[in-house]
Design a protein around this ligand. Structure first.
Ligand SMILES: Cc1cc2nc3c(=O)[nH]c(=O)nc-3n(C[C@H](O)[C@H](O)[C@H](O)COP(=O)(O)OP(=O)(O)OC[C@H]3O[C@@H](n4cnc5c(N)ncnc54)[C@H](O)[C@@H]3O)c2cc1C
Length: 478
């Protein structure tokens, strides 16, 4: 068994090994079928990590149930025997949310992957948790509808994982995030009870809003087995453009100016100079060689309104000191411009063998100040950090690239730098994570953000849902 947490990012210690008693394994086999229970070392190793670097912990078993009833039996069994259960969708999270820190059973939603319904007359869809975000959107598109949340991982991430992390993405400014679209959930509690929260109604205030509580609960309160989401009409037109500035301060001024002009773009993203260099080396898009910052903007909706908004955005960028503005003429050109943003992470990842992508948010007017503070922090700790993110949401992704994954000194310096970044975000009125979640990675910083009273309340909520503490231990609520 290989329950290690290399690196210093978590102050958590690895707890004792978890072994699953033989009768429990027999029972698990009976519940899901032996073909859906994985116990071999090679197979377990695949589930020892997710998209977060530095965190690792091998499970004792991986099980893929077919439905809520099977999930309920698994959770009841786990509660009776005190065995940790780690719900897992695609494992694309960036907060070590699916790493089995204490071993136990990884519960994969891979077999629960059906779109159950698209109801155009009600503008909603129902899906099992293992459906990919992209597949859900494609199913909606077939009915002239669209599911707006757009995480960069949408081709692989699951709707269950999106709800559990309240995923954001590139369209957050205009359309909000996952929580704005979740109408109802079916959730299996660790005790085996099956609860249906919300439903198909757009207006329903009967009881506490448990749908919102489960959304973003990161697999620590229950396992989501069905999701009902609201859909919107597919916008008939969309367009993308980009503007170059000498500095992020000017780009920040443009962001404020665009919003002050009454335009809410669907996309408003930024890249700093280091990100532009990495993207240019990677994708050869012909980005401006001397600009200090790039602002990517997009809008969608009625064609005439999009054209009008583009004129206004372009004018504001020029008034804010843009040294170049480029707008796409058609969908192909739009996609090419969007590539600059979508390929930032892979482009940065090529610069070294360890990429640590982080997530923090500040109030929108403080974005440029935050990036300047990040640059100063990186220089002080002698680490390379590039920053990109969602300018319209004040949501930044400072990213540290290290040449070697074995560079323990460098990892320790990066940890100290990020710790300062999170402190600075809080100081500027922001938060330690805008969209990636807490998981194990951010847990050491959470109390700084929430304060003790709120942490205590969160722990009491966790105990109410999960009295035996089996769901995703060492994460949110611990
Ligand atoms: C290249 C890349 C780009 C990304 N871009 C974005 C972005 O733009 N915006 C953004 O917000 N995130 C982004 N992410 C992060 C990640 O994709 C999201 O957090 C996503 O929502 C995770 O979905 P998943 O299916 O992979 O969930 P997983 O990683 O499998 O799980 C995430 C969390 O949800 C829990 N969970 C999963 N399924 C269930 C369930 N059915 N019931 C209860 N709990 C469950 C897990 O226990 C875990 O805590 C990106 C990641 C990558 C690698």
């Amino acid at each position: 068994m290989d329950n290690v947490l290399p690196g210093v990012f978590a102050e958590l210690t690895v707890l004792s090994e978890t072994r699953i008693p033989r009768p429990v394994l027999t029972e698990l086999r009976a519940i899901a079928g032996s073909e859906n229970l994985r116990l071999a070392d090679g197979e377990l190793a695949v589930y020892a990590r997710d998209a977060t670097p530095l965190f690792r912990g091998t499970p004792d078993a991986v099980i893929a149930p077919a439905d809520a009833e099977q999930v309920a039996r698994i959770l009841r069994l786990a509660t009776d025997h005190g065995i940790p259960v780690i719900p897992r969708g695609a494992g694309s999270n960036l907060c070590a949310g699916t790493v089995p820190l204490t071993g136990g059973i990884v519960l994969s939603t891979a077999r629960m992957n059906s779109i159950l319904e698209v109801a155009p007359e009600e503008m909603l869809a129902r899906a099992e948790p293992g459906v990919s975000t992209m597949a859900l959107n494609d199913a909606a598109a077939a009915h002239g509808l669209f599911y707006p949340p757009d995480p960069g991982s949408r081709t692989v991430s699951t709707i269950g994982g999106n709800v559990a992390t309240c995923a954001g993405g590139l369209r957050g400014l205009k359309y909000g995030v996952t929580r704005n679209y979740v109408l109802g959930l079916t959730v299996v509690l660790p005790t085996g009870e099956i609860v249906r929260t919300g439903g198909r109604l757009w207006k329903d205030v009967a009881g506490y809003d448990l749908t919102r509580l489960i959304t973003g609960s990161e697999g620590t309160l229950g396992v989501i087995t069905e999701v009902t989401v609201a859909l919107l009409p597919d916008p008939s037109a969309s367009r993308t453009g980009l503007a170059y500035f000498d500095s992020l301060t000017q780009a920040g001024r443009a962001v404020s100016g665009i919003l002050a002009a009454g335009v809410i773009p669907s996309t408003l993203e930024f890249l700093d100079r280091s990100c532009m260099d990495a993207v240019e080396q990677y994708a050869h898009l012909g980005l401006h060689a001397n600009a200090g910052a790039l602002l990517l903007f997009g809008d969608d909706g009625d064609e005439a309104a999009v054209a009008r908004n583009f004129e206004r955005i372009t004018a504001v960028c020029e008034d804010s000191g843009a040294i170049g503005v480029q707008t796409a003429g058609d969908v192909t050109e739009s996609e090419a411009l969007l590539t600059a943003r979508r390929c930032t992470l892979p482009a940065l990842s090529r610069l070294g063998s360890l990429t640590i992508l982080e997530d923090a948010s500040v109030p929108r007017p403080r974005l440029a100040e935050m990036v300047a503070r990040i640059d100063a922090i990186a220089a002080r700790h002698e680490v390379t950090m590039a920053t990109f993110g969602h300018a319209g949401d004040g949501n930044l992704h400072p990213t540290c690239v290290l040449e070697s994954a074995e560079d323990t000194e460098g990892i320790a310096r990066a940890e100290r730098a990020f710790s300062e970044v999170f402190r600075t975000a809080i100081e500027l009125g922001g938060t330690i994570t805008g969209e990636h979640g807490v998981g194990a990675a951010k847990l050491p910083y959470l109390e700084q953000r929430l304060g003790k009273a709120q942490m205590d309340l969160i722990r009491r909520i966790k105990r109410t849902f999960d009295p035996a503490g089996i769901l995703n231990p060492g994460k949110l609520g611990s």
